[in-house]
Design a protein around this ligand. Structure first.
Ligand code: C5P
Length: 311
């Protein structure tokens, strides 16, 4: 990684995710909702290269238009680096170069993956060596999905989504992702769900009952069976996301008419995740959706979490 006289750099990567199941419970006093989710990490990775610097900065490369992203202290990767420096008593800074592959504001945890990869890259670069437990604790304070981007694989998330327990998983699932040319705000989608629940008082989730992941979801993941999983894909944020962006319903329909076992809004949207029966089915679906002028990428899951890469 280091040669005499060369600038030292550490490269880490972390994956995006699909919530194959997301049940939203009560709105808590802290403004977050109690959730129960099954996460699967998928093969769209954020690459973060960290080099020593006197202050904190970030720049972006890669195939995605990143012009909308903040590069100041409000950027989650910068927040991750400053948080780690503060915790470890490190007095200098870092430059982060992020090669983005996960859609921005797409409901796939791209910002969370940036933060997770940054924590690992800076911990290695600075030799702060905090260890996994402390890095996971910092991850949770950065955002609900950051611990999972760090852990990867397949996991159940409760609390805000940050309390993880591993789930057994077999095989590989084939996904086709239809990307939107706009982003959606996670708080706004949660607020739309709350408005709906207020309008229909019978839908209010009882605060005393914690949401749970259906056992059928765990069975399908354990079996590595796409047909079983397709039957039980579920996202409570789908209805509010479709209410805010009505055109997404026709994208789901198009995918399901062209061989997808099922389509689902990913996280708070607007990315639509289609589960394909196998690789051939995924390729056919990719062609059909591309022909309809949608922007489409394929991904497989589960994949590993945040890792150092030796270039
Ligand atoms: O944790 P994160 O910063 O990703 O959350 C963004 C926003 O999404 C929160 O401020 C909150 O409005 C909403 N959220 C929620 N319940 C969760 C996770 C997120 O209401 N479990």
């Amino acid at each position: 990684m280091t040669t005499a006289g060369a600038t030292k750099a550490v490269h880490a990567k972390a994956p995006g995710k699909i919530n194959v199941f997301l049940k939203v419970g009560a709105l808590l006093d802290d403004g977050y909702h109690d959730v129960a989710t099954a996460y699967q990490a998928v093969s769209l990775f954020e690459d973060v290269r960290a080099t020593p610097a006197d202050d904190f900065s970030v720049s972006f490369t890669g195939p995605i238009d990143t012009s909308s992203l903040a590069v100041d202290g409000s950027n989650l990767a910068i927040k991750a680096a400053t948080l780690l420096a503060h915790r470890a008593g490190y007095r200098r800074g870092v430059h982060l170069e992020i090669e983005k592959h996960v859609p921005i504001a797409g409901g796939m945890g791209g910002g969370s993956a940036d933060a997770a990869a940054t924590l690992l890259a800076c911990d290695t670069l600075w030799g702060t060596d905090l260890g996994r437990d402390e890095l996971m604790e910092l991850a949770a304070s950065l955002g609900s999905d950051v611990p999972f981007a760090f852990a990867g694989g397949t996991a159940i998330g409760t609390g805000r989504g940050d309390k993880l327990s591993p789930a057994l998983a077999a095989g590989q699932f084939q996904w086709v992702l239809a990307l939107a040319d706009f982003g959606m705000s996670t708080p706004e989608v949660y607020r739309e769900l709350d408005r709906h629940r207020d309008r229909h008082a019978q839908d209010i989730f009882p605060a005393a009952i914690a949401p749970q992941v259906d056992t059928a979801v765990l069975q399908a993941l354990r079996a590595g069976d796409a047909h079983m999983l397709a039957e039980v894909l579920h996202n409570d944020l789908q209805a509010p996301a479709l209410h805010l962006e009505t055109q997404l319903a026709s994208v789901i329909q198009l995918g399901e008419e062209n061989g997808a076992l099922a389509g689902l809004v990913s996280g708070s949207g607007p990315t639509i995740a289609f589960l394909a029966p196998d690789l051939d089915g995924a390729l056919e679906l990719q062609i059909a959706l591309s022909a309809a002028r949608l922007t489409v990428v394929r991904a497989t899951g589960p994949v590993h979490g945040a890792r150092i890469v030796s270039d």
